[in-house]
Design a protein around this ligand. Structure first.
Ligand SMILES: [Zn+2]
Length: 80
């Protein structure tokens, strides 16, 4: 039997390797499902200065946009 973890949002027990774990500043946060992780992250975002959150989110959105663009270009090259 593997290590049992506890979801910090709903208190459900689950096996290590399942669920979602986020590591921040040397501490790890475990969630039994993506839903619980999202609930937790939404609350974290609510607690942070909106302009800071906005900047961080824009940065990540730009990174994904860049990745999608590169992916589309690679696919286009393959077709030619
Ligand atoms: Zn949970």
């Amino acid at each position: 039997m593997g290590v049992k973890l506890l979801c910090i949002v709903c208190g459900r027990k689950f096996s290590e390797g399942q669920g979602v774990t986020i590591n921040v500043s040397g501490r790890s946060y475990s969630f039994h499902s993506k839903g619980c992780a999202l609930k937790f992250l939404r609350k974290v975002l609510e607690g942070i200065e909106q302009s800071e959150v906005g900047r961080a989110m824009e940065k990540v959105a730009d990174e994904y946009a860049e990745m999608l663009k590169e992916k589309a270009e690679r696919t286009a090259k393959k077709i030619v």
